[in-house]
Structures are given as structure tokens and as C-alpha cells.
Ligand binder design. Structure first.
Ligand code: M5T
Ligand code: MG
Length: 628
């Protein structure tokens, strides 16, 4: 089958054969449940055949009663009515048997539906979703940079649902269909072989039409999913960015973009629907043709006296109708094949993404680290061939405060993200307590690092739960100790429900400084020997900055701290300052050493001084005091 014409770069990664094999593997994994469903559907088929047989016998009994010359009816299963039964007794008995058969079928249909739902919604879907979620949690940042959040959400929800369609909508339905068609064929053949062949000849064009449309549908489904990803992305971004949207009075533009995206999705949906709406009636029409052949050819056979107009013919007509009904079902199965293959590709893409950063076999779980970190000629970039850090080397001794300074885009965040091994360097190595990070057990190592970002993400949960995020078993005492160390205890107590106050969507919102102090408490809860602070005072006012800085002073004690800052109030306390410029380490030293040397740091120091001079003319002799 040809690959689709979409822009998804991963498209070529899976052949239809490979996808099919893996999906069959999925069905095999749940073979016991599949067998149960299949067994029930075979029972249903047998009952349907019994019902038809009984109907034929009833007709023959009546015809025999009216005209004994026509020959005695053949009773099924070697059964014979007792000799004393009158024809009416026999008909009544058989009718009751038909009703019993119908009742049993109702019960079995119910059981079949329940068994299939238990298999798909109770086992396959949750199982796939768990696997996908677990994989997402372990994937490196790069995956989330490449794939939009909406595409990820859609894969976790709709695509997982459509993937399971392969098991119930394709495998189970398909096997069921083959068994059913085989059985009907045998029964029809036993009634009249030539008539059977004539009536079923329409199956050939039917199969061709199905194949043709099935190939036509797939690219449409894939395009549909991609457009839908885009629409959800638009939607979620405008919800998350509602402040910006309103701030720029950009509602109208957003609405227009959404409408456009929405129209594209619905136009694509319409295209699929058009294809389907030609396809389904076409298959139905073809299958009705076989009934026309039955009447024409069967009628001719009767006139020629080669077939009696009895129960046999009624049974034949019934079988044929069921047969063609099943064949028309092909269109549904073909549709499910395309839908499930499209979805499975998107699900497998996530499951198969290699973990960029992972434990190597036999990785060492370090004991408590002293906090020594060494960068040894580290070169790193997000894309190969475009390094954002060039051969950076430095050493942080246990307990030292390392300030990192540089213009925007200099590589500060990138440098920090190498410390918890969010990425591996392309060249050089990073050592923690003399061990290469790549030799350490990732979880055990990362648990010894506390991180506070520029802006902190808090969960819609209680204050206590947010602080205890890294250790849900933390005691109230531990939580409070962390909050105190982060100077957050007082303001938390002042909240309506103290530590039990719920934050986030429907809860209390905090100020920037409060959020940062909570984030700091969260980082400190684990008593980490290494603390990473990425410009924690970037988005707060000077008073809040002062609060955070004094909170940090306690927090940094006894830990190796890496702190990115542009404000010198934080940097001047550092034991060493690393000055980055265009990804290169251009200066290293203490504040008093490098503020004297020409370079970006000195320039920034002068500018911040000038700002002070302009805003509030304070004595020249006092100003340098801020920096020394
Ligand atoms: C350094 C690029 C960025 C810049 C360079 C985080 C990140 C950065 N970059 C990527 O391509 N992908 C990423 O995920 O790397 O960026 P930085 O390290 O973020 O610089 P910074 O922290 O010094 O800047 P700032 O603005 O936070 O002060 O070319 O495009
Ligand atoms: Mg940054």
C-alpha cells in the first residue's frame, strides 16, 4: 500500500505490514478474551443457522399437510415428531423452538457485547494508555520540543481508542465474518450448488470495490488527525495564554484562526464522509444484486422443474440475505482497518521513540553526594552541528555557590539542564563526585538535585502537596521545615486554610514571589546536596526579590548551588561566577575579581549602577557598596 502524502516526517517509518503484525501481536496478547468473544459469536452463528433450518421445516410441514403428495419434510438433527402428533402440534412445537432459539440468541448477543467491551475498554485501552503515559514520563525533553502538547494529548486519548478498533473491529469481526461466510456457503451449496455460485458471483466486484475505497480512505484519516492536532493546539494555547490574548485584545484574531482551523477539520471530515457515503451504498447495492440473481435464476430453475418451491428455497433466500449482509459489512471492517492503522502509527511512534537519556546497564546508585560537580570540556547543542555550549570547563566544590551570568541566549539554561542530565553532552564529560553522570543511576542522582525555574509550575493541589511533590510521604514537620527554609512558612499560614489551601485553577492564586518561595520549598524538601536556580528572581519586583534572596541565603547553606542571575544582588554572593558569552565560558572568578576586568559582567555592573544613578541620585561613594 502506498504511503500517504502528508507532511509528517515519521510517516515513512512504518509499513502497513509491520503495523499489522504489531497489532496482531496486541490481539494475541489478549488471546483468551478474543477466544471467548469468538466462541460466543460462533455460537450465535450456529443458533442463527438452526433458526433458519427450523423455519424451512415449518414451511415443509405445512406444505406436506396441505398436499401429502409433495413428500415428507426432512427433520433436522435426526429428530422426529412422535407419530401421534398432528401437523398443528408439530408446527406449534417448532414455532416454540424458534422462539427459544431467538431468546437464547438475545442472551448470547448480550454476553458477546459485554465480553468484547470488557476486552477493549476494560483491558486493551487502559493497558495501551498506561504504557503510553509511562513512556511519556520517561521521554527526554527533546520529544516534547518536537511534538506539540495537543498531538500528545490526542495520541493518549483518541488514537488509543482507534488503535483498539483493530482488535474488535478488524480481527474479531474479520474472523467472525470468514467463519460465517464459510458456514453459509456450505449450507447454500447443500441446497443448490449452481444457484450458490450464481448468487455469490457478485462477491468479486464487491471485494474489488472494498479494496479500492479502503486505500482511498487512509490518507484522509491521517490528514484528519493532523488537522485535529492543530485545532486542539490552537484551543489549548488560547486557554493557557488567555492573559496575553486579552492583554493584546487579540480575541478576534484567535476566533478567526480557530474558525479557520475548525473549517479545515470539518472539510476534511466531509471528504472522508463523502467517500464513505459512496462506498457503503455501493457495497449494499452490489449485495442486493445477488438477491435479484436468486429470483431470476431461481425462478427459472423452478419453472424448469429443477428445484421445488419449498422450505429449501426459503432457507436459501434467508442464507443469501445473511451472506450478503456480512459481505456488505466488509466496508465497515475496511474502514476500521484504515482508522486503526492511522491511529496505531501515531501510538507506536511514541512507544518506539528511543530514550535519549537513560540508565546504562549496571548504573551505580550513588550514596549521598558531597555536591562536587566538574564540567570537563563540555560541548553541547540541541541539534547536531549547532553547539550552544563550546568546550566549557569548570569545577564546583562541595558547598560552593556558583553564579552564572550571561546575555540572553548565552546558554545559561542549557548549561544548567546538563547538570541533572536532562541531556547528554556531545563532547566532554560531566562528573558528580568524580563519577561520570552517564555511569550513575538517573533517578537516584536526580533525587539529590533541587531545581527552581525562572517561573515555577505549581499543581492544582494543596500547598502541602505541592511542597511534598518530590516525596509524597513527607511528614507535615518536613514540609514545614522546607517552607521555613524557603521563607514561605509565614505567608502560607496567612492563607485561608494554611498548608491545606488548594492552589491553581479553582483555588487560590499566589503572587510571583510567593510562587517562587513555594518552588524553593519544594526543591529543599529533599534536602538536596545540589541546588539549581534558573533566574528565580527574574519576574519579581525588587521587594520580592529581596525576600527571595534572603530566603536563598539560608537555602544555599551547605549545598552546591548553581544560580543563574542577571541581578548582581544575587551574583555577588557567589563563590565563583561563570560568565558565558555565545556559549563560551569567557570569565571565571569572584565578583570582586571580574568586576574589575573588561567584559560583559563589568558592563552589566556599570549599567545597573547607572540605572541607580538615574532613578535615585545617591552618593557615588554608596553605589559601589551594592556590589562589593
Ligand atoms: C541557548 C537554544 C536557544 C539559544 C541557545 C532551552 C533551549 C535553548 N535553545 C534550544 O534550541 N532549545 C532549548 O530547549 O540554545 O539558550 P539558553 O540556554 O536558553 O540561553 P539562556 O538561558 O542564557 O538565555 P535566557 O534568555 O534564559 O537568559 O540559542 O535558542
Ligand atoms: Mg535561560
Amino acid at each position: 500500500m502506498s504511503e500517504t502524502g502528508s507532511e509528517n516526517p515519521n510517516d515513512g517509518r512504518y509499513s502497513t505490514g509491520e503495523l499489522t503484525r504489531r497489532l496482531l501481536g496486541l490481539a494475541w496478547q489478549f488471546r483468551a478474551d478474543c477466544l471467548l468473544s469468538l466462541a460466543l459469536s460462533v455460537l450465535l452463528l450456529a443458533l442463527a443457522l438452526v433458526g433458519l433450518q427450523l423455519l424451512g421445516v415449518v414451511i415443509d410441514v405445512i406444505r406436506h399437510a396441505l398436499d401429502p403428495a409433495l413428500g415428507a419434510p426432512a427433520f433436522p438433527f435426526g429428530w422426529k415428531p412422535p407419530a401421534r402428533w398432528k401437523p398443528l402440534d408439530v408446527v406449534t412445537f417448532l414455532s416454540l423452538a424458534i422462539v427459544a432459539q431467538a431468546l437464547l440468541r438475545a442472551v448470547l448477543t448480550y454476553s458477546y457485547n459485554m465480553a468484547t467491551a470488557r476486552l477493549t475498554q476494560g483491558k486493551i485501552v487502559p493497558d495501551l494508555r498506561d504504557k503510553l503515559y509511562a513512556k511519556l514520563q520517561r521521554l527526554s525533553f527533546r520529544f516534547f520540543e518536537v511534538n506539540g502538547s495537543s498531538s500528545i494529548f490526542n495520541r493518549l486519548t483518541g488514537d488509543v481508542q482507534n488503535t483498539r478498533l483493530f482488535v474488535d473491529g478488524v480481527v474479531l469481526q474479520g474472523i467472525n465474518m470468514i467463519i460465517t461466510l464459510g458456514a453459509y456457503f456450505v449450507f447454500m451449496w447443500r441446497i443448490h450448488p449452481a444457484l450458490t455460485v450464481a448468487c455469490l458471483s457478485v462477491s468479486v466486484p464487491l471485494a474489488w470495490v472494498t479494496h479500492y475505497y479502503s486505500n482511498r480512505l487512509r490518507p484522509g484519516y491521517l490528514r484528519n488527525r493532523e488537522l485535529y492536532d492543530g485545532l486542539v493546539q490552537l484551543f489549548s494555547e488560547s486557554v493557557l495564554g488567555i492573559q496575553t490574548v486579552k492583554g493584546f485584545a487579540a480575541e478576534r484574531g484567535c476566533i478567526e484562526r480557530f474558525e479557520q482551523g475548525n473549517n479545515e477539520v470539518s472539510a476534511q471530515q466531509r471528504r472522508i464522509f463523502w467517500d464513505l457515503s459512496i462506498f457503503t451504498p455501493a457495497t449494499q447495492l452490489l449485495s442486493q444484486l445477488s438477491l435479484a440473481i436468486l429470483f431470476a435464476y431461481g425462478g427459472w430453475l423452478y419453472v424448469q422443474g429443477r428445484i421445488p418451491l419449498g422450505g429449501g428455497l426459503v432457507v436459501f433466500a434467508g442464507l443469501l440475505q445473511q451472506f450478503t449482509g456480512q459481505v456488505a459489512n466488509l466496508s465497515t471492517i475496511a474502514n476500521s482497518v484504515q482508522q486503526s492503522l492511522t491511529a496505531a502509527r501515531r501510538v507506536f511512534e511514541v512507544l518506539d521513540t528511543p530514550l535519549e537519556v537513560q540508565n546504562k546497564p549496571g548504573a551505580l546508585a550513588p550514596g549521598r553526594l558531597t555536591g562536587s560537580i566538574v564540567f570537563d570540556h563540555v560541548t553541547f547543542g540541541y541539534k547536531t552541528g549547532a553547539p550552544v555550549l563550546h568546550s566549557v570547563s569548570f569545577e564546583a566544590k562541595p558547598g560552593q555557590v556558583v553564579g552564572i551570568f550571561g546575555m540572553t541566549g548565552a546558554g545559561k539554561t542549557s548549561l544548567l539542564s546538563l547538570i541533572p542530565r536532562f541531556y547528554d553532552p556531545q563532547q566532554g564529560r560531566i562528573l558528580a563526585d568524580q563519577s561520570d553522570l552517564r555511569d550513575l543511576d538517573l533517578d537516584a542522582y536526580r533525587r539529590q538535585i533541587g531545581i527552581v525555574y525562572q517561573e515555577s509550575f505549581l499543581f492544582s493541589n494543596t500547598v502541602a502537596a505541592n511542597i511534598a511533590f518530590g516525596n509524597p510521604h513527607a511528614t507535615q514537620e518536613q514540609i514545614e521545615r522546607a517552607a521555613k527554609a524557603a521563607s514561605a512558612h509565614e505567608f502560607i499560614l496567612a492563607l485561608s486554610k494554611g498548608y491545606q489551601t488548594v492552589l491553581g485553577e479553582s483555588g487560590v492564586d499566589l503572587s510571583g514571589g510567593q510562587r517562587q518561595r513555594l518552588a524553593l520549598a519544594r526543591a529543599l524538601l529533599l534536602e538536596p546536596p545540589i541546588l539549581i536556580l534558573d533566574d528565580p528572581t527574574a519576574s519579581v519586583d525588587p521587594k520580592t526579590e529581596h525576600e527571595i534572596v534572603s530566603a536563598l541565603r539560608h537555602a544555599m547553606a551547605g549545598r552546591t548551588t548553581f544560580v543563574v542571575a542577571n541581578r548582581l544582588s544575587l551574583l555577588r554572593r557567589a563563590d565563583i561566577i561563570l560568565v558565558l558569552d555565545g556559549g563560551r565560558l569567557v570569565q571565571t572568578g569572584t565578583h570582586s575579581q571580574i568586576v574589575r576586568l573588561p567584559g560583559p559582567y563589568r558592563e552589566a555592573a556599570m549599567l545597573q549602577l547607572m540605572d541607580l544613578d538615574e532613578d535615585e541620585p545617591i552618593g557615588a561613594e554608596r553605589a559601589p557598596g551594592r556590589f562589593t
